[in-house]
Design a binder for this molecule. Structure first.
Ligand SMILES: [Cu+2]
Length: 116
């Protein structure tokens, strides 16, 4: 009798422990979802990212020599300055929505930021 209850308690403690681990892991992982985009070989990598409202996305130019820009033309942003290898560009997204963008000097380079 006792041992059956003991086992139940042990099982309950174990489940509680596992769920606590899971919750703390989600909190840590959810603290900063992927908000980094690399620019390499005339591509935005990843081409589409999904972030939570209020997140700042950072683009890093990983090319050897080529400059680029990140232009949210459809959102009404003015064309930003080009940035060079090793340099970054940041933009914060406060409103949920779908934000397509392009590179100013290379219109075929496109990407999308999805804000949840
Ligand atoms: Cu470009």
């Amino acid at each position: 009798m006792h041992s059956a209850i003991d086992r139940l308690i042990k099982k309950g403690t174990y489940l509680l422990f596992v769920s606590l681990l899971w919750v703390s892991h989600s909190v840590i992982a959810g603290g900063n979802p992927a908000s980094e985009v690399e620019i390499l070989k005339f591509q935005f990598i990843p081409q589409e990212i999904t972030i939570k409202a209020g997140t700042t996305v950072r683009w890093t130019n990983k090319e050897k020599r080529q400059y680029h820009s990140v232009w949210f033309e459809q959102a009404g942003d003015p064309e930003p300055q080009y940035f060079f290898p090793g340099e970054t560009f940041e933009r914060t997204f406060d409103q949920p929505g779908v934000y397509p963008y392009r590179c100013g000097p290379h219109p075929k380079m496109t990407g999308t930021v999805v804000v949840e």
